[in-house]
Design a protein around this ligand. Structure first.
Ligand code: ZN
Ligand code: FE
Length: 257
């Protein structure tokens, strides 16, 4: 059951900002506003008043619109306590395990370091929605700018336990290049092959591939499958610990063209 109404706002090169409306309480959150103007315009088109910003991490393409949107709307800015100095306009700090009430829905906060050292994700089970910033992408995961492979593998291992039906609202449209890479490290995965073909069809029509679902990701995202023998074999690490396999897959992706 999806209670949220969610609007995708594509901005910059490949960012998605998510406008999340909870109709019962008439509140609207912006997830990771890279910029302000297109987000304010999209909210106005829908007749929604922005009441909250939920930030996942401090990168400029996730907080760049914070202060302007706050000036325009008087909204409350929620973000990771670990990053309190790096989130412009932060009002409410949240950390791992917190329940954050947003209108009639309650989100659970997951501390998921790896891409950055303070990264969090918001899971709204009642709306089957996960807002995970740059931690988990469709068929990919974020680069390890501030964290270790161990941290990221642990973070992703937590997220992959969420229900199959969970929709993954990540912050970038990287899916097509992620799919090309995924095929190189999980070449025998038939689900992945079919999905890569479907993604090519979608992108050829200019359509978005986000959100995806956790069920699909568990079957096809190589970064969630570092404990699968097919992936370990493909990167020459048969029998190795999953975190070693994960580190090797991530390392290969860093230089993949
Ligand atoms: Zn980032
Ligand atoms: Fe980003």
């Amino acid at each position: 059951m999806a209670r949220f109404e969610i609007e995708r706002v594509p901005v910059l090169e490949d960012n998605y900002v998510w406008l999340v409306h909870e109709p019962a309480a008439n509140v609207t959150a912006v997830i990771d506003p890279a910029v302000a103007e297109p987000v304010l315009a999209a909210a106005q088109r829908r007749g929604w008043t922005i009441t909250h910003i939920l930030n996942t991490h401090h990168h400029p393409d996730h907080v760049g619109g914070n202060l302007e949107i706050k000036r325009a709307s008087g909204c409350t800015i929620v973000g990771p306590s670990h990053d309190r100095e790096r989130i412009p306009g932060l009002d409410v700090e949240v950390s791992d395990g917190d329940a954050y009430a947003f209108g009639a829905e309650t989100g659970e906060v997951f501390f998921v370091p790896g891409h950055t050292r303070g990264h969090i994700a918001y899971w709204f089970g009642g709306s089957d929605a996960l807002f995970c910033g740059d931690t988990l992408f469709i068929l990919g995961c974020g680069r390890l700018f501030e964290g270790t492979p161990e941290q990221m593998w642990k973070s992703l291992s937590r997220l992959r336990k969420l229900p199959d039906s969970t929709r993954i609202y990540c912050a970038h449209e990287y899916t097509q290049s992620n799919a090309r890479f995924a095929l190189t490290v999980d070449p025998a995965n038939d689900d992945l092959k079919a999905r890569a073909a479907e993604i090519d069809r979608l992108r050829a029509r200019g359509e978005a591939t986000v959100p995806g679902t956790m069920g699909e990701e568990r079957r096809t995202n190589p970064f969630l499958r570092a404990d699968h023998p097919g992936v370990a074999n493909a990167v020459g690490l048969a029998g190795a610990e999953p975190v070693k396999v994960f580190a090797e897959v991530r390392r290969r992706k860093d230089t993949f063209r």
